[in-house]
Design a protein. Structure first.
Length: 623
């Protein structure tokens, strides 16, 4: 009794998977302008299939000629027939080479366009969607699924075309020899039909489940590694290890299940081939005994059937690869054709949004209760506050609240720092303000458009390209004067002079390496070029001196939420919030909180003891 394995379900947190009909429609659309070339390639495969019938027919005639000669020597037609066999073999090889090459070029072009479309669509996904699905889902689609399509499609398509045409022509050839042979061939049709029906009913679910299991494993691994400090701080190592172990074992189980399906398919095919060959030979022997067929014709019929067996088997064998490829295509096209807002667009809230969640609570300057998020935020664009949270509650798991009743208001041009122990909810609050997550209860009202919000973290990425390309990602078309002005704001004008080709120096992978400090300066200069209205700095600097002054200069005049992991970042903030276990326990200026002798004062004394006096408020150039 085989073990029952539950099929992973695609929940609302996963990125969508396109059904087979949508995959076919999308591929057909991508062939626009190339359909005539595809028709020409199919004609080449048809010609190649026709040449493959020459061998069994000529061998049958050779056998009859040899029998008719009865030892009198080599038949006169022998050498012509041998030449015909050689010519057919050369023609078949040439046609296969040309057709397969042309189809591979066409397939690779479509795959390249699909890859570009996926990357563009993935970059356009709202952060909240990526966060909900997990980085592993996107990464496995961009890596494993694209590799599956790229490695399988160019190989499977030529075999599919050649096999399909060969089967049709072999059937016609058997009918030309004697209609009774078609009956022998037809015996295999029900057996093949049952096999195909079983396979199509079993395989798609198994392969889709395997791809989903791989994605889940990637999500757990990447999520654990990306949030390793939080995992360590909350002592979740065993829990995360168990999740990764379970996800890995599920991946192994589904991989084994696919191999079981393959082995069952191969066994059914072998039985069907044996039954079909026995039927053709039995018919041939009967026709030969009654004088209705010559030994050569019987031989030709048997060879023709064997010539059809290989394509039929190949057709069903490649179905195994085709199912895996289709599953990968569904996951890719599910992203490229995903409905809903793209990055930077205002989302439309669900109609059944829970009361008290999001922006349903009316406050001064807001729209009345019950209106959508986009409408509320649009109504607040002219308000004083850049963002305001009211009684916000949030949890990644409902039984483990991360934020409870947090209220925050950041006026335009105000810098608010948030401090607290590791795991107190600082970064979660930043993600709510940025719109990555939605609160379970309470409201988050933004007085600036989401395109005007920018987040900078310590994990800055240097893209492969020139320094100019990296700086102008947020402001395409910026001229050199504007770029240099932004670098001057963050005190990084020397960066250009230290590079061999200045702004045109290739950096990133394969280019001139940038130090961690230079990469952070680049990210801060991007922020200046973006002219963001609300800036979120989540541990955006790894140095307590120059880079902190650069960050302070970059946010000057802008509303800013600074997630402070070093208290030197809080001393010059307009206001400080102290979080403890997801709640605001103190708020005020640096001087007020130090004088209050509360949690912040204790943190400040502990942090500043033995440290030299820092002046993060000084200008970047040290004045």
């Amino acid at each position: 009794m085989p073990e029952t394995v539950a099929v992973p379900r695609f929940d609302g947190r996963s990125l969508p998977v396109a059904p087979g009909g949508q995959v076919a429609a999308e591929l057909w659309e991508m062939l626009r302008g190339r359909r005539l070339a595809l028709a020409g390639i199919l004609v080449l495969f048809l010609a190649e299939a026709a040449t493959s019938l020459v061998f069994p027919l000529v061998v049958g005639r050779l056998l009859d000629a040899v029998i008719a000669a009865d030892g009198a020597g080599v038949p006169g037609s022998f050498w012509w027939q041998v030449a015909l066999l050689a010519g057919a073999a050369v023609a078949a090889g040439a046609l296969t080479w040309v057709a397969a090459g042309a189809l591979a070029r066409l397939a690779e072009t479509v795959i390249a366009e699909l890859r570009e479309a996926f990357v563009a669509a993935a970059l356009g996904l709202p952060r909240s969607v990526v966060e909900a699905a997990g980085a592993g889902d996107v990464v496995t689609r961009a890596g494993d699924d694209i590799a599956e399509v790229s490695g399988t499609l160019p190989e499977v398509l030529p075999r599919l075309c050649a096999s399909a045409f060969t089967i049709v022509l072999v059937g016609a050839g058997l009918g030309a020899l004697d209609p009774w042979y078609v009956l022998g061939f037809a015996v295999t049709v029900p057996l093949y039909a049952v096999t195909v029906r079983w396979y199509l009913r079993t395989a798609p679910e198994v392969y889709a489940a395997e791809r989903a299991a791989r994605s889940t494993r990637g999500r757990h691994i990447l999520g654990t590694l990306a949030e390793l400090p939080t995992v360590t701080a909350h002592r979740l190592e065993q829990r995360q290890s168990a999740q990764v172990r379970d996800a890995t074992w599920q991946t192994v189980r589904w991989a084994m299940r696919t191999r079981i399906v393959q082995n069952r398919l191969f066994g059914r095919l072998n039985i069907t081939e044996a039954v079909g060959l026995a039927a053709v030979l039995a018919i041939g022997v009967r026709l030969a005994l009654t004088g209705e067929a010559t030994p050569g014709e019987v031989t030709a019929a048997a060879l023709l059937f064997l010539r059809a067996v290989a394509p039929v088997a190949a057709l069903l064998f490649v179905m195994d690869d085709a199912q895996s490829c289709l599953a990968a295509l569904g996951r890719l096209i599910g992203v490229t054709r995903r409905p809903g807002p793209r990055a930077g667009e205002e989302p439309t809230p669900p109609a059944d949004r829970e009361e008290g969640r999001g922006t349903d609570t009316a406050r001064p300057g807001e729209a009345p209760r019950g209106v959508g998020v986009a409408a509320v935020e649009a109504a607040c664009r002219d308000a004083v506050a850049a963002v305001e949270t009211v009684d916000v509650r949030f949890a990644y798991r409902r039984d483990s609240p991360v934020l409870s009743g947090v209220g925050l208001r950041i006026a335009r041009g105000e810098v608010v720092a948030v401090v607290g122990a590791t795991g107190s909810g600082k970064s979660t609050l930043a993600s709510l303000v940025a719109g990555v997550h939605e609160p379970l209860a309470g409201s988050v009202v933004r007085g600036v458009p989401r395109t005007g919000i920018m987040t900078v973290t310590q994990e800055t990425h240097v893209f492969a390209g020139t320094l100019r390309d990296n700086l102008t990602l947020t402001a395409p078309g910026s001229d050199d004067e504007r770029i240099l002005r932004a670098l001057a704001v963050v005190g990084a004008t020397a960066l250009v002079s230290t590079l061999p080709e200045g702004l045109d120096t290739p950096v990133g992978h394969g280019g001139h390496p940038l130090t961690a400090a230079q990469a952070q300066h680049t990210a801060l200069a991007r922020l200046v070029l973006a002219e963001a209205e609300l800036v979120i700095l989540d541990e955006a600097t790894a140095d307590a001196g120059l880079l902190e002054r650069a960050a302070a200069a970059a946010v000057r005049g802008r509303a800013a939420l600074v997630i402070a992991h070093r208290l030197s970042q809080t001393a010059t903030a307009d206001r400080i919030l102290v979080l403890d276990a997801g709640r605001v326990v103190e708020t005020g200026t640096h001087d007020e909180l130090v004088a209050a002798e509360g949690t912040y004062a204790r943190l400040w004394r502990t942090w500043s003891t033995g440290r030299p006096t820092t002046t993060p408020s000084a200008d970047v150039d040290g004045r």
